[in-house]
Design a protein around this ligand. Sequence first.
Ligand SMILES: [Zn+2]
Length: 226
Amino acid sequence: MNTTVLYSQAGIATQIVISVEEDYFIVDAGDGTLRDLLHEKIDLRKIKGIFLTHGHYDHIAGLYALLGYFRIIERKYPINIYFPKGCKEAQQIIFAFKESYNDFSFKIQTHEVKGGDEVKIEDLKVKIYQMRHYAAVGVNRILHSDLAVGYRFIYGGESVAISGDTGICSGLRNLVEGADLALIDSTLNKDEETDELLEKLHLSKEKAEEIGKLAKKYILIHRQCK
Ligand SMILES: [Zn+2]
């Protein structure tokens, strides 16, 4: 199992690709995902599944382009799209694509998931964990709880945990604990870190490192542009 962070910047885009034998799985599809996949010379026909952690634009804005590209290359195999149960943004993007075209040659199979669920794709197992992520306009204006999940990919005795955006919660600890590799949200700068933001919005670099140590190895993602 190989994990590549194609791109990850808070408020811009996050896209990660996991390869398992001949298959590819995308985790989050922010703006530029198509460009980044083509740049890496990844055969888009071999993408089996797209896993979205939540519906915020920096994780989902590239989904429509992927579907459009699949249509242009006349993809034949179904594409499986996983997203948190009730995630409106994912539902609406897929709906808009389906409503716009009746000439695409692949099936879109959607799977709404929640913490505790488990997905089996041949020998790959994906466990879903509930995260805690609020919508906020301006870093201090917390609005309401949004649906967010983390994914743990398990294949051939190896595991990779991907948090998506999250505050510190029990789901995050369980997701990361014992993983071979963990990719963890580390958005907040030291000067913006408050207990409420750490609990409801994002981790800071320091907190992400603390949680990361629960895994064998970790990478901090979703940093802010300097
Ligand atoms: Zn984000």
